[in-house]
Design a protein around this ligand. Structure first.
Ligand code: SAH
Ligand code: SF4
Length: 374
């Protein structure tokens, strides 16, 4: 069975062509699936009966099983999805006055292994397929429309900031991004789809050519010596190479700045000397056309990290130094921390994974029992 969530418009058109169908059928299908949330071919009323029959035996719109859903006091909703083989990934919906943002996962686990990230500590399981990436958005958007009783689009922004390093799963992430932007798909603005990366330099260059969207780069340190410790990928792609790639990216990016994410770790990277070193680093690349903003993320602790969150006054002083030097710097509001949905807390620690696996086993047992009963 082919899962149609695996295709962007060109992919679906090729699939339809294989069935002897014209491209406009792919447009119709895409609209039914993504704009209307329809998974049942029988309900797609303007599709030729012959096509519906062809699809029925060969294709499906397969969602991911939801293991759990938690809603925070602040309205943030976190879903845990079963991707099989004992793996689970999370998506988080963050409502704000003027937008609705979905944070999407790209891998089960992550191979980069950043010291302060609970997904990194979990290790790498596997890449998600395009369908598994898209299924997070498909489910969340249509669930939220029902939940909020609206026919209007709820999710206006997508950030690839869930579990995994999106640019280490480039070939699966690319069709998903195209579908987010496609007017027949989710029709999101390029400025409102953000890829966040720990700095996979060659893939930043490919993204510029293939699908320029907003780019966030997880910097976390102003020097190679420190960044090597925090983000091991830095040993392969050091800071000067990374910042030059960021400058090249801006030539065709939908926004005229890169967002640098910087996780504030107590006594590690949060002193005035680090802020000054950052200013020097970004100035060195300004001549290449680098323009940037900083987003300081309060560290969300988890048991095995051995790291602490920087005290608020230190974060504010750090932001002040950057702002005074003319670099717009914001401090990220922590959302959904009462349901472990904040940055870096996703399906991470071992206890949580054990709970996840127990829940999945219970759910499977319940489903098979139901089958026996009916
Ligand atoms: N792999 C990509 C995207 C996922 S991580 C990347 O690293 O950019 C999304 C963001 O959450 C990154 O900026 C990451 O550094 C940050 N993050 C990870 N663990 C965190 C933690 N424990 N507390 C706060 N932010 C964290
Ligand atoms: Fe991977 Fe990003 Fe976590 Fe680093 S911060 S381990 S790149 S998910």
């Amino acid at each position: 069975m082919v899962n149609l969530l695996d295709f962007d418009l060109d992919g679906l058109a090729a699939f339809c062509e294989g069935l002897g169908e014209k491209r406009f059928r792919a447009v119709q299908l895409l609209r039914w699936i993504h704009q209307r949330g329809q998974a049942d071919f029988g309900q797609m009323s303007d599709l030729a009966k012959s096509l519906r029959d062809k699809l029925a035996g060969r294709a499906e719109v397969a969602a991911l099983p939801v293991i759990s859903q938690h809603e925070s006091r602040d309205g943030t909703i976190k879903w845990l999805f079963d991707v099989g083989g004992g793996n689970a990934v999370e998506s988080v919906f963050i409502p704000e006055d003027d937008r609705g943002t979905l944070c999407v996962s790209s891998q089960a686990g992550c191979a980069v292994g950043c010291r302060f990230c609970s997904t990194g500590h979990q290790g790498f399981s596997r890449n998600l397929s395009t369908a598994e990436i898209v299924a997070q958005l498909w489910f969340a958007e249509h669930f939220l429309r029902r939940h909020l009783q609206t026919e209007e689009r709820v999710i206006s922004n997508v950030v690839m900031m869930g579990m995994g390093e999106p640019l280490q799963n480039y070939d699966r992430v690319l069709p998903a991004l195209r579908l987010m932007l496609d007017d027949h798909g989710y029709g999101l603005s390029r400025r409102r789809v953000t890829v966040s990366t720990s700095g996979v330099v060659p893939m930043i260059d490919r993204l510029t050519r293939d699908c320029p969207v907003a780019l966030a780069v997880s910097l976390h340190a102003p020097t190679d010596a420190l960044r090597d410790q925090l983000v091991p990928l830095n040993r392969k792609y050091p800071l000067d190479e990374l910042l030059s790639a960021c400058a090249r990216y801006l030539a065709s990016a939908p926004r005229d700045f890169i967002t640098f994410e910087y996780c504030m770790l107590d006594g590690v990277n949060d002193g005035p000397e680090h802020a000054r070193a950052l200013l020097e680093l970004t100035r060195r690349h300004a001549a290449e056309g680098l323009r940037c903003k900083f987003n300081l993320i309060p560290f969300n602790p988890f048991p095995q990290s051995g790291l602490l969150r920087s005290p608020a006054p230190r974060v504010l002083a750090f932001a002040g130094l950057l702002n005074n030097a003319g670099i717009v710097t914001t401090v990220r509001k922590t959302r959904g921390d009462d349901i472990d949905a904040a940055c870096g807390q996703l399906a991470g620690d071992v206890r949580d994974r054990t709970r996840v696996q127990q829940r999945m086993a219970r759910q499977r047992a319940a489903t098979s029992q139901k089958k026996v009963v009916s």
